[in-house]
Ligand binder design. Structure first.
Ligand SMILES: NC(=O)c1ccc[n+]([C@@H]2O[C@H](COP(=O)([O-])OP(=O)(O)OC[C@H]3O[C@@H](n4cnc5c(N)ncnc54)[C@H](OP(=O)(O)O)[C@@H]3O)[C@@H](O)[C@H]2O)c1
Length: 239
């Protein structure tokens, strides 16, 4: 891989903790907003930033979004800005809110899955796989979601958004890496990027080795979260 691609994508080749690679991404403004108060977010990032997101999609087996994003943006989650295969599309929809007309569910040859609280799937088009995960106080444990996706053959998984979904995976220590793509804009209000349960002291914060890359007008922060990632998949074979 030529530079800078090796620096950015090389760490996604193999899991450091187990056989899975889980990467979260957030596209945000300087003031850490992912959308305006009306939910408008197209597009915060530059062309180069959006190409980066499509490159990530092309490198993973599956892309996961929350039902909030599926309803607000109705994304296709396909690879269009770069060459590469389309990943499987997965929506976390505990309460069966996803309309069957959602574009992520379109039958185009890739696997489409909906992760739902056991017993709560809505009406979904033929061919969509339902992944039941037990709810605990309205939350589907991210570890249980990852284990269920691993059991269905997915190894490299991109948690693409929104911020609520990525935050849940981060808080549950289910990310190997986090790609934060910062655009040179200040939105001033609206939906916040990552939000975790509050802590009292700075030394309790998640601290991650980080590298910065320039992507067009955007800055990509690539954070290595492997030190806090819980093992979920198959243990790595010792060499
Ligand atoms: N800039 C970016 O990179 C970016 C990317 C994506 C989206 N967005 C923007 O972000 C906004 C939507 O994001 P969002 O944060 O509100 O929503 P989201 O993360 O897409 O979806 C959140 C919802 O997904 C469900 N969910 C996800 N994980 C869950 C879990 N582990 N357990 C239980 N439920 C889970 C819940 O559904 P229920 O509500 O049914 O409980 C939750 O309310 C839109 O305005 C969109 O434009 C920006």
């Amino acid at each position: 891989m030529p530079q800078p691609w090796e620096d950015i994508f090389g760490p996604l080749r193999k899991g450091a903790i187990d056989d899975l690679v889980l990467v979260g991404q957030c596209g945000q403004s300087i003031d850490a907003r992912v959308a305006t108060p009306t939910g408008h977010s197209h597009y915060i990032n530059s062309e180069a930033g959006l190409a980066h997101l499509h490159r990530l999609r092309a490198l993973v087996d599956a892309v996961v979004i929350g039902v909030g994003t599926a309803i607000a943006d109705d994304p296709q989650l396909t690879v269009r800005r770069v060459e590469g295969p389309n990943p499987a599309r997965i929506v976390v929809d505990p309460n069966g809110r996803l309309p069957s007309s959602a574009r992520v569910l379109a039958a185009d040859g890739v696997r489409r899955l909906v992760v739902t609280a056991a017993g709560a799937p809505g009406k979904l088009p033929a061919g969509v796989e339902i992944v039941p995960v037990a709810a605990n106080d309205r939350e589907l444990a991210p570890t249980a979601i990852v284990a269920a996706l691993s059991a269905r053959g997915f190894r490299r998984i991109l948690i693409e958004g929104g911020a609520d979904t990525v935050s849940r995976f981060l808080a549950a220590r289910c990310l190997d890496r986090l790609h934060v793509l910062i655009a040179p804009i200040i939105i001033g209000g609206g939906r916040s990027s990552l939000t975790l349960p509050p802590i009292a002291r700075v030394e309790e914060a998640v601290r991650a080795p980080m590298r910065a890359h320039s992507l067009g007008g955007d800055v990509l922060l690539d954070c290595d979260l492997s030190a806090q990632r819980l093992p979920i998949g198959r243990a790595k074979m010792s060499t």
